[in-house]
Design a protein around this ligand. Structure first.
Ligand code: MN
Length: 209
């Protein structure tokens, strides 16, 4: 994700209603146009006062936030995280049925977790276990092992030296309009719109770039 200041909100790679009936149009409008836009506006506003950081990429901002002045490091971490996590999440969904088994990543998932079904169960449990707001992720660690982790709020796996492959946003704003308080229904629906091609590209990036 080679995004730099001033950050702009990239359009969704599909129509707002394209993920219906699994993710509804109104949620996608609010999530992309309001929630992500606010993180982008906040990040640009902070960086407008710090020209020395304006040349850093989004990923560099996230990796360097802990070394920045105390009055901005949490704001940078939260807002750059909000931008990174949302773009990653939106790009990891698709209205087109992408066939899990047509990508090499499927072999690695099957070897790591036993089967697609076992992976799905473990990933679902992780997504359900997030207390409050956050994300569940499929990541690759430094030893090239696939892991399922959760992060709170807008924390990212990048600062844990983990390479992200797939994520689900389980903040309530991601599902409350359609699924109300039933996060499990949202997670079940989300599995129908996973973009396995995108996940596979992340997996290749983790290993080859
Ligand atoms: Mn969100």
């Amino acid at each position: 994700m080679n995004l730099c200041y001033p950050f702009i909100n990239p359009p969704l790679p599909y129509a707002y209603d394209a993920l219906e009936p699994f993710i509804d149009k109104k949620t996608m409008h609010l999530h992309h146009d309001k929630h992500l836009q606010t993180y982008i506006d906040n990040l640009n506003e902070i960086l407008s006062h710090y020209p020395q950081y304006q040349n850093l990429s989004l990923e560099q901002l996230l990796r360097c936030a802990d070394y920045m002045p105390c009055d901005i490091k949490t704001k940078i971490k939260n807002n750059a995280g909000g931008v990174y996590n949302h773009i990653f999440f939106f790009n990891n969904m698709s209205p087109l049925e992408t066939n899990y088994y047509s990508f090499t990543l499927a072999d690695y998932i099957d070897n790591s977790f036993g089967s697609y079904e076992a992976f799905k169960e473990k990933f679902t449990d992780a997504a359900l276990s997030v207390f409050g707001s956050g994300y569940a992720w499929l990541v690759q660690n430094a030893c090239h092992k696939l892991k399922i982790i959760t992060t709170a709020n807008q924390n990212t796996p990048l600062t844990l030296n983990l390479c992200p492959i797939l994520s689900i946003d389980v903040w309530e704003h991601a599902y409350y309009l359609k699924h109300y308080n039933k996060r499990i229904d949202y997670i079940d629906d989300w599995f129908h719109v996973i973009n396995w091609e995108s996940a596979s590209n992340h997996f290749i990036h983790c290993n080859c770039l």
